[in-house]
Design a protein around this ligand. Structure first.
Ligand SMILES: *Cc1c(COP(=O)(O)O)cnc(C)c1O
Length: 244
């Protein structure tokens, strides 16, 4: 608990310093605590310290924690690869989905949002490519496909377009990649002014993301510590649902 409190303070200070250095209002950057692999008790402790937003990358773990912590009132975000047959369950938790990356998933989430009576908040995940421009396999739609997907999301009654999300390419300077994401987000926002969010930056690269314009940083390790178990990081180790 003491270290969670200190970690939260330190992460918030890093975000605030990066925002000020970029001439931005620190209040314009939200902290999303990625609690994957950590017990519900840690989420509860961090929520008691005032942290509101929590992210998970596995559906079952999200469902379990959402049920266990219903009284603690966290706002959930889903940041992992999402299969269509689990999309409705995620929607029922009220989670913001950061990983919408293809039209069929949008169709399924749209239906879930309409049936549930309130739209599902979504961010479109963008594949920023690898160091040499190859497909990064960290998930996401190709940048060229993002505008059409954004149009579809914005036109869906059961969805609400919040913006774009990405993970920086491994082994490359994250800053140019985050700048490309921000540029694409600006173009999407020109057509869809409600799409204000850029979800980018993790424990190791949050300052670069904030400098590039991130409005949501997703932080796990710097808050909770090194993860005790492998957690299917970014899902490239899991069988990927075929693109339908
Ligand atoms: C695990 C995860 C994070 C947090 O990463 P850390 O390096 O632990 O801060 C952020 N985004 C996604 C999509 C993740 O899966």
């Amino acid at each position: 608990m003491a270290s969670l409190k200190e970690n939260l303070r330190a992460v918030r200070a890093r975000i605030d310093a990066a925002a000020r250095a970029a001439g931005r209002d620190p209040g314009s950057v939200a902290l999303l605590a990625v609690s994957k692999t950590w017990p519900a008790a840690d989420v509860r402790a961090l929520a008691a310290l005032g942290q509101r937003d929590f992210g998970e990358n596995r559906v079952q773990e999200l469902l379990d924690k959402a049920a266990e912590l219903a009284d603690a009132g966290p706002r959930w975000h889903f940041v992992g690869q999402l299969q269509r047959n689990k999309a409705a369950a995620v929607a029922r938790t009220g989670a913001v989905v950061h990983s919408l990356d293809r039209q069929p998933l949008a169709t399924t989430l749209d239906r879930a949002g309409q049936e549930g009576g309130h739209p599902v908040d979504v961010l479109i995940q963008v594949d920023l490519g690898g160091p040499a421009g190859e497909v990064a396999a960290r998930g996401g739609a190709r940048p060229a496909d993002v505008p059409a997907l954004a149009d579809a999301v914005a036109g869906a009654a059961g969805l609400r377009l919040r913006g774009l999300m990405a993970v920086a390419p491994r082994g490359a300077d994250p800053r140019p990649a985050f700048d490309r994401l921000a540029d694409l987000a600006g173009r999407v926002r020109a057509d869809h002014p409600e799409a204000v969010d850029i979800s980018a930056g993790m424990s190791g690269d949050l300052a670069d993301a904030v400098a590039a314009g991130a409005t949501i940083v997703r932080v796990g390790t710097a808050l909770f510590g090194e993860r005790p178990l492998p957690c299917g990081e970014f899902e490239e180790h899991q069988p990927r649902e075929s693109q339908q």
